[in-house]
Design a protein around this ligand. Structure first.
Ligand SMILES: CC(C)(COP(=O)(O)OP(=O)(O)OC[C@H]1O[C@@H](n2cnc3c(N)ncnc32)[C@H](O)[C@@H]1OP(=O)(O)O)[C@@H](O)C(=O)NCCC(=O)NCCS
Length: 175
């Protein structure tokens, strides 16, 4: 039987972008991706759009990450972080600005959803500013009190902890 990591491998697809048209490949992230992952995530974090990550956190959680490459360039990433036998968070979702609106975010979420189902999870949740994007993928806004308490651990070191304006979103997975 395939492991979830093997089953998330996707066929190559062609995606046009401002960097030119090229093949993209979705795969799980090895440790050598930490540098480019930090670049992509922390560029958005500097604009207050995402939570910043450190090299240590990335190494600790690297098995959560799925990435998309265009040639030798890492252009998109997302992580599936399991909190309980039933629920996991989608986090660190980012698409390179030059590759936005070309379906990479959707590919990542659909891949993580398949991975979550293979693990036997029942729900996925996210804290986000892009509720429109998550709605397109079948998520609904929920009261943050409905989410697992452990999900708040990232919030404790967030600069916006006392004035959080992120939207909590949830998706029930098909059994
Ligand atoms: C949000 C983000 C991941 C979307 O990735 P993307 O690759 O551009 O999205 P896709 O092209 O896969 O879009 C899928 C659908 O969502 C829609 N969509 C994309 N971004 C959207 C947004 N910001 N608001 C509303 N809808 C959006 C698309 O139009 C598309 O709809 P369609 O299927 O009807 O055509 C990307 O814009 C990004 O990295 N943003 C900055 C970082 C960020 O905010 N991350 C989220 C942290 S929770």
């Amino acid at each position: 039987m395939n492991s979830p990591l093997i089953s998330i491998a996707a066929p190559r697809s062609f995606v046009p972008s401002e960097y030119g048209e090229g093949p993209t490949e979705l795969r799980s992230a090895p440790l050598k991706d930490i540098g480019p992952l930090l670049g992509l995530i922390n560029d958005y974090a500097a604009k207050g759009i995402m939570l910043p990550r450190t090299e240590f956190e990335m190494a600790e959680n690297i098995r959560d990450f799925t990435v998309i490459y265009a040639g030798s360039r890492l252009v998109a990433c997302a992580a599936l972080h399991i909190y309980s036998p039933l629920a996991a968070e989608i986090r660190s979702l980012a698409v390179d600005p030059g590759w936005k609106q070309h379906g990479l975010g959707r590919q990542l979420l659909e891949s993580l959803e398949r991975e979550a189902i293979a693990f036997g999870l029942r729900t996925l949740f996210a804290f986000t500013y892009v509720d429109g994007f998550f709605r397109k993928l079948g998520y609904e806004v929920v009261d943050r009190g409905e989410l697992p308490l452990k999900a708040w651990k990232d919030c404790l070191r967030c600069p916006k902890f006392q004035a959080c304006d992120e939207i909590a979103m949830l998706k029930a997975l098909a059994p």
